[in-house]
Design a protein around this ligand. Sequence first.
Ligand code: IFM
Length: 454
Amino acid sequence: MLRPARFPQGFVWGSATSAYQVEGAPQADGKTPSIWDRFAHTPGKVVDGSTGDVACDQYHRYPEDIVLMRELGLRAYRFSLSWPRVIPDADGAVNAAGLAHYDRLVDALLEAGIAPYPTLFHWDLPAWMQDAGGWADRSIIGRFGEYADAVVRRLGDRIGTWLVLNEPHILTWLGHETGAHAPGLADRELALRVGHVVNLAHAEGVRAVRAAAPEALVGSAWNMESAYPATDDPTDAAAAERHHARVNAWFLDPLVKGAYPEAYLDMDAALAAMDVRPGDMDAMRTSFDLIGINMYSRAVIAHDAADPISGLRRLPGSGPRTSIGWEVWPGSLHRIIRRVDADYGHPAILVTENGCSDPTGPGPDGLVHDDDRTRYLEEHLGQVARALDDGADVRGYFAWSLLDNFEWAEGYRQRFGIVWVDFEGDLRRVAKDSARRLAGIIAGAPLEYDDTLA
Ligand code: IFM
């Protein structure tokens, strides 16, 4: 049945980006390379051979982007800070010029009535930290805490909500198991160890934020996908649960519940490979004021004995696909919000990322009629409204992304922005139809949702 979508007073309407994907200016004001500068400059790592050297040049053009956000009625901006801008070298000295950039950005946002939602880490690890062992070396725990402390002390008087990490699952597995992302390592055992260190560093980051900004809300942005069993067979249901544990809960449960979820057939072997040491589980325990969900698609999962570790296999779903190949399945956003609501004690939830790739560019009229994205946003926002009607405490929604940008190993081929960027020319921005529709919904235009979607 179709129902009217309603969003509460004070619902946070935002858009999101990350430093390496939009900033450019890789050497400005004392910045040193991150692992993504290195990775993108390594031939063969990014499909179109591109880099984030220029990206959207938001480092210089942020005033223009803030005007755009304001025109669209967006009331929050989720961006990330580049760690090597703030701490360029292994000596740990804070780079005043690098921090000053974020100081100006935050002030300009506030002046425009847009709330800043900074993320401390969105994958651009300093190259010096990688040279010291990166996420595999426990020294990163203290180094991340120092970095968080420096940032929060400087900006904390103006920030209401901090997001500590973006998608720890992706940085762990794509960076260290498949090697599709920086630092490009492909070693499953290493990835298991890395995941544990990421969790320890994550907790340290939360502690650093709480110590420097006790009044602020703290959360992170976890990538999540609802796992749908391929059939009614109980073995498929169990496999889907393992998938949920590995992707959605692995980087959350240990921090809030003090234990790893059952993600592997042989959990003892997995824990042994992870190098869990005495005291680690206590050190990891922390609390979050809100849970950020980054959600794009779903996972259809079948039991598969051929995989002796996870015992599962991913199947293609029956829904339509976006240009990057991800299945569109709006009901899964409702479903994952309900699951997080149930599993973590009715927490405050932010949809910290949601969106789709759609290559549509300006037509003869100069406008961008990105109908597929418009429909995607309408359907997914509708499912957020459905979760709200069901009682979930969803506080806001951030469209990914404000701008077309550097889509990691996909380069500039995949456009996720609600604003088109002229990468071939002068980087001019054009708000797409999807941005206009979002602006309309923010302003109260009617939207309906289907409460029968699976
Ligand atoms: O572009 C990314 C973002 O950096 C993290 N979440 C998923 C987006 C789309 O792939």
